[in-house]
Design a protein around this ligand. Sequence first.
Ligand SMILES: *Cc1c(COP(=O)(O)O)cnc(C)c1O
Length: 361
Amino acid sequence: MSNQRVYNFAAGPSTMPLSVLERAGAEITNYKGCGMSVMEMSHRSRMFDEIFQEAKAKLRRLMNIPEGYRILLLQTGASGQFSMVPLNLMGESGKADYAVTGNFSEIAAKEAKKYGTVNIAASSADKNHTYIPGQQDLILDPEARYFYYCANNTIFGTEWQYVPETGKVPLVCDMSSDILSRPVDVSKYGLIYAGAQKNMAPAGLTVVILREELAGRALPCTPLMMDYKTMIDKDSMYNTPPCWCIYMLGLMLDWVEEQGGAAGMQKLRDARSGMLYETIDQSRLFTAPAQPGSRSGMNVAFRTQSEELDAKFVQEATEAGFVNLKGHRKTGGMRASVYNAMPVEGVEKLCDFIRAFDKNN
Ligand SMILES: *Cc1c(COP(=O)(O)O)cnc(C)c1O
């Protein structure tokens, strides 16, 4: 077996910085001289409480999360939030606006319909989710309890380049695949959530950032574990939280801070995706389906005109050490997921590979 690390373009779980993995490795059997691993610690111990509080404090600092907002570290997966959001926020009016711009927002809208009335405020399904609707295209329901959208469409490779204006209606946003990749004005949102396995930590942790006043009005049928109020009251420790993932989140956040925080991440992100789109646009063989102005800075979807050639590209790329470039089964083609931890150098080398393939085929 080779001990060479590959460039891993997986959509999630995804690559993590080598320095973070090495630090976790060095601490894995004996954390700070306490004689045990973080994996073996009581979640109620003082040592873990420090890890937990520090992880939240770092996230608050890096995302500039204002007072009045709570950070919850949960186990639900981003998909669990598809249910938790309507259960907690739809309230008596039972109405919500959803923008459907890809696979995950479509599932979220469908789930919300179980609990109330969903107004599809916008949809990009007419063009196979290759674009993000503009502000002027949003059809807003003034009685909606919230407006829901997914900031980055992991599968289709599109991303919102603006924050929707919805007046008094709180914004709810799935940021699973672009959280911490650029500065965000949290005060514009009622609730932000992210499955951590793309940009922030290993799988098993879901981060929820919510304006505290929105909690406490869950539908009566809401399971105890799915009520934000339960988790706010118990500081995410109603039951055992995903301790190891929370520790890893802390290490990742240290790394993000070293790279210049959210602004530093944005520079890297623009460098990576800019280089990739330029290489694709200048090639003979490859095209990016996402429309300019809607292109994702995190998931770069591209393809040739032929499925055989796509398959050949993926195979040869894998042999050259660029792995997990096959597109999602819903789209076909290729997808390079270039999250926070993907080194710019990995993208430079992938671009060289794309250019060589373009010349030779
Ligand atoms: C991956 C992903 C999800 C699903 O995440 P799980 O944690 O597997 O439930 C939801 N939304 C977006 C935008 C994603 O990228």
